[in-house]
Each structure stands twice: as structure tokens, then as C-alpha cells.
Design a protein. Structure first.
Length: 132
């Protein structure tokens, strides 16, 4: 398997996060994105530079050059790598970046509550399943 272009560290106990990552991987036909559950201590041992408590507050990514990316920078790159949701680039435009980042941080802080309202999945022990 080739080296991924982006490693994403996500919270697999968050239903919305799981849905997003599942959708992303559906389009990742070339293995450009690697997903790592920040709750999986064994997987996280391979990435000692990632602080779990910080990664729980904001999405973390590691690009091919070893640069850490955060929040929407991770999301925008991930979707660009799989050639979907190209419109997300607008969240990185200087005029919208600060506002987009603040909205993202608010969402990230309340993602579990938001998940209960909008998700059709339940997660236990890092495994998300659709509700019946």
C-alpha cells in the first residue's frame, strides 16, 4: 500500500464524525487518506506527536510532508484528495476563514450533542452503527 497523502485523527465515538469519515473513504479510491481513531491507543502509539486531548477538541491531520493541519484545513484537503466537495475551498478564503473556523470550533465542541440530534448512528467502543 502506498503512503497516504493525509492521515486524519478523528473521534470514532462521535456518530457524525464516523459518518463523515465513512463517506470520505467511500470516495477514496486511491488510498490517499488514512483514518486513525484517536481513541485507539494502539494506533495512536504510531503518532506520538498527536495529543489526544487536543485532537478531541479539533480535528487533526498529518500531511505527506509531516505538517500538522487542524480543523477545516484537514476537511478541505481530505475532500480535495478524493475529488469531492470542491466548493469547501471557500471556507479557506481570507474573508471567510476566521468565521468558518469559529463555526467549526463551536461545532467540534458540541459534536456529541449535535450527533444525537442529526445522526442515524450510535457509537460504542469506537464502533458506529446505524440505528434500526
Amino acid at each position: 500500500m502506498s503512503t497516504p497523502s493525509l492521515v486524519i485523527f478523528f473521534d470514532a465515538q462521535c456518530p457524525l464524525c464516523c459518518n463523515e469519515m465513512r463517506s470520505l473513504k467511500t470516495f477514496d479510491h486511491h488510498g490517499r487518506v488514512q483514518l486513525v481513531d484517536i481513541n485507539n491507543d494502539d494506533a495512536m502509539r504510531s503518532f506520538p506527536s498527536i495529543d489526544k486531548s487536543k485532537a478531541l477538541s479539533i480535528l487533526h491531520g498529518l500531511d505527506q510532508q509531516g505538517n500538522l493541519l487542524y480543523g477545516l484545513d484537514v476537511t478541505v484537503l481530505a475532500w480535495r484528495l478524493v475529488n469531492k466537495h470542491r466548493w469547501l475551498f471557500i471556507t479557506r478564503l481570507p474573508i471567510l476563514k476566521w468565521i468558518s473556523d469559529q463555526i467549526y470550533l463551536l461545532f467540534a465542541k458540541h459534536r456529541m450533542s449535535i450527533s444525537r440530534w442529526f445522526s442515524h448512528a450510535q457509537c460504542r467502543n469506537g464502533v458506529c452503527k446505524n440505528r434500526e
